[in-house]
Design a protein around this ligand. Structure first.
Ligand code: URA
Length: 216
């Protein structure tokens, strides 16, 4: 198992202090995996249990992995932000009362910057055969805001990625090393729009085809 060094965990928690986020989820998996998956941020279940992709989106992801003969053990799972971003909202109960509860929300740029050193470390040390970004947050963290999952999904990119220039500023520079990246949609995309399932299935079949080349 690959372990994020404790000082980076402490640094990540410190850098995100004061933002409406909770919990802390390290990446999970081994070094030199077949795939490194980069998601957005943990949801409620993940933040409580400290394990990535164990909620509804994780079940969808497991189906996609199974479709190309892989399981969670073959991949390294991580995300741009390690703490669950939440927002308080009112909710009507069945008896007409209103209560407040926390809902998931997309991470802000500040939160993504706060945890950038953690993903930078993983990118330098995990050495996967291929990186699969799940949704725009992971993709844009690596390639910048002009990269859009709607344009790039299913393509095999051989590219440098962005990493923080220093811990003091939020300036990104391009890595010397190139990485193979195949962007696809976040597994939760099928909950918002069921027709996304066709795109997801096609992308995962392309990821499978790309990996099959290495089995020859
Ligand atoms: N979405 C993510 O990006 N990561 C998780 O762990 C769960 C949902």
């Amino acid at each position: 198992m690959f372990e994020l060094p404790e000082d980076l965990v402490v640094l990540g928690m410190k850098r995100i202090e004061g933002h409406p986020v909770e919990g802390f989820v390290k990446g999970k998996g081994k070094k030199n995996p077949i795939i490194m998956l980069i998601g957005e941020a943990p949801g409620e279940k993940e933040s409580v249990q400290g394990v990535p992709f164990i909620g509804r989106a994780g079940d969808e992801l497991a189906k996609s992995l199974a479709s190309i003969g892989l399981s969670r053990d073959d991949v390294y799972m991580t995300s741009a932000v390690r703490s669950r971003p939440y927002v308080w909202k009112e909710k009507k109960t069945r008896n007409g009362e209103t209560t407040k509860r926390k809902y998931n929300r997309a991470p802000t740029t500040h939160e993504i910057n706060a945890h950038a050193p953690l993903l930078d470390y993983e990118l330098k040390n995990i050495s996967p055969m291929v990186i699969v970004t799940l949704g725009n947050v992971g993709l844009q963290r690596l390639l910048g805001k002009d990269a859009k999952v709607s344009n790039l999904h299913g393509q095999v990119l051989n590219t440098r990625v962005r990493h923080l220039a220093s811990l003091k500023e939020n300036e990104y520079i391009w890595s010397d090393e190139k990485y193979i990246i195949i962007p696809t949609f976040h597994p939760a995309a099928v909950f918002y729009r069921p027709s996304n399932r066709d795109f997801l299935n096609e992308d995962w079949s392309k990821i499978g085809n790309y990996l099959n080349v290495f089995k020859l």
